[in-house]
Design a protein around this ligand. Structure first.
Ligand code: SF4
Ligand code: SF4
Length: 431
């Protein structure tokens, strides 16, 4: 009996994948719909057609503009009069911030036969296996897959790392280093809540502190698939080049992703340190909220990055976005927090390092850095444990906690916040 979970495991393992059963499984449905018709959906759709799969249609919020992809009609999401029990939806929207919300939305709308398109990509399209060397150029620049959360890439990187550290391994798919809390935009639904930071909490973390954090945390874990170097706006940090060089001295991660809104002028000397083949600059799409000057900066920045030969991706406008949780304390009990934590996809997938501390998620980091609360049990203070073995024990204990006090503030995120990048201020502090 075919199990999609087993198939995901194989696709994510880094081993060669036998796709016979998954293709037969897909063909066993009367109707097949792909949700998401941009890079990932287009690539997955084309490959499935080569396997002889009939795709009834795509769903995409840009249906009017796209009309057809791979000779398949594009309709608006959920436009469908098929029997839902006989319809398979392959979810091909790769953005990791919204992916789980969208899958939940599918279920709420009665579509229970779902395949993760990003995992399917790893199985039917990925050219790389255990033993191959992954680079940003190889994995990121096609824009087809989602290396930032690619479990296949994380497995390949894990197998490459033979260094032995004390106790059970700590291999993470994705971690975040936050290098500043200043931004040139003011996004209403920023997942880092930068827009809500008080004035005195808006700053660049010093180069020296970031270096300390790179040493302390990367020496604690075994491997990480992707490190995302986040802001704020990363290119507002004057030492970004040196920080990237510092990351390059560490071997135990796969990719260093540097997101930027691209609207602030990048100086050539900020790119000098971008020489490691694992580093990629990810331009987000904020042109719909940019001034004329910022638009000009954006196109110049892309040309500058190209002239340095640095791997980069250029994002499309996000058709939908998510509303991050509010931050005030909810009137909830321990059972709520336990339930929240135990059903949360974040730890250990979203550990956030800033100023000597590893926080369990972006909410925990934001609340601490804004000075809203101090919940020491929700973060690891790296400087408190000079011994690596003890630091590893403490990190495992943090990840495995039954619940976090931060979860008592968390009402989840998920309601559709319209298109990504909407500007404005939202009160996240008052009930
Ligand atoms: S990120 Fe790299 S390893 Fe993962 S599916 Fe894409 S090409 Fe393959
Ligand atoms: S507060 Fe708790 S439930 Fe909410 S994202 Fe963080 S760890 Fe998950």
């Amino acid at each position: 009996m075919f199990s999609i979970e087993k198939y995901y495991e194989q696709a994510n393992s880094g081993d060669k994948v036998d796709n016979t059963q998954v293709i037969n499984y897909i063909k066993s449905f009367e109707h097949v719909v792909l949700w998401g018709a941009s890079y990932l959906g287009e690539a997955v759709g084309k490959r499935l057609q080569e396997f002889g799969v009939h795709i009834d249609f795509y769903w995409d919020i840009r249906a009017d503009e796209l009309v057809e992809v791979n000779n398949v009609k594009v309709l608006m999401p959920f436009e469908c009069d098929f029997d839902k029990d006989k319809t398979l939806v392959i979810h091909c929207i790769g953005n990791h911030v919204i992916i789980l919300n969208l899958i939940a939305e599918l279920k709420r709308n009665g579509f229970n036969n779902i395949i993760r398109g990003d995992y399917l990509y790893s199985g039917i399209l990925c050219k790389f296996c255990n033993g191959d060397v992954l680079t940003a150029e190889r994995c990121w620049t096609s824009m087809h897959c989602r290396p930032v959360i690619c479990e296949r890439a994380a497995s390949i990187i894990k197998k490459q790392n033979n260094e032995t550290k004390a106790g059970d391994r700590i291999d993470l798919i994705y971690i975040v280093y936050v290098i500043n809390s200043i931004c040139n935009l003011s996004c209403k639904y920023c997942v880092q809540y930068i827009n809500n930071y008080p004035h005195d909490a808006r700053y660049n973390v010093s180069y020296e502190q970031v270096c300390k954090d790179i040493d302390a945390f990367l020496d604690t874990i075994d491997t990480a698939g992707t490190i995302s170097m986040m802001g704020g706006e990363t290119f507002l940090h004057p030492d970004i080049s040196k920080i990237v060089e510092k990351f390059a001295t560490k071997k135990n991660y796969g990719f260093l992703s540097v997101p930027t809104n691209g609207l602030h002028p990048i100086k050539p000397n900020q790119l000098e340190g971008f020489k490691d083949p694992r580093v990629v600059i990810n331009f987000g799409y904020y042109l719909h909220v940019a001034t004329e000057q910022q638009k000009e900066n954006y196109y110049k920045n892309i040309e500058l990055v190209k002239s340095y030969g640095i791997p980069h991706t250029i994002g499309l406008q996000m058709p939908t976005w998510t509303t991050p949780s509010t931050l005030y304390k909810l009137d909830v009990d321990e059972a709520y927090m336990k339930h929240k934590k135990q059903n949360c996809p974040m730890p250990p997938r979203d550990l956030q390092v800033k100023n000597g501390k590893v926080h369990i998620c972006d909410m925990s980091l934001a609340m601490h850095n804004m000075g809203l609360v101090d919940y020491p049990q929700d973060y690891l203070d790296l400087s408190s444990y000079p011994d690596i073995e003890e630091r590893r024990n403490q990190l495992r204990a943090l990840i495995d906690r039954e619940y976090y006090l931060t979860c008592g503030h968390c009402n989840g995120c998920g309601k559709d916040a319209g298109t990504g990048g909407i500007q404005g201020v939202r009160d996240v502090f008052k009930p």
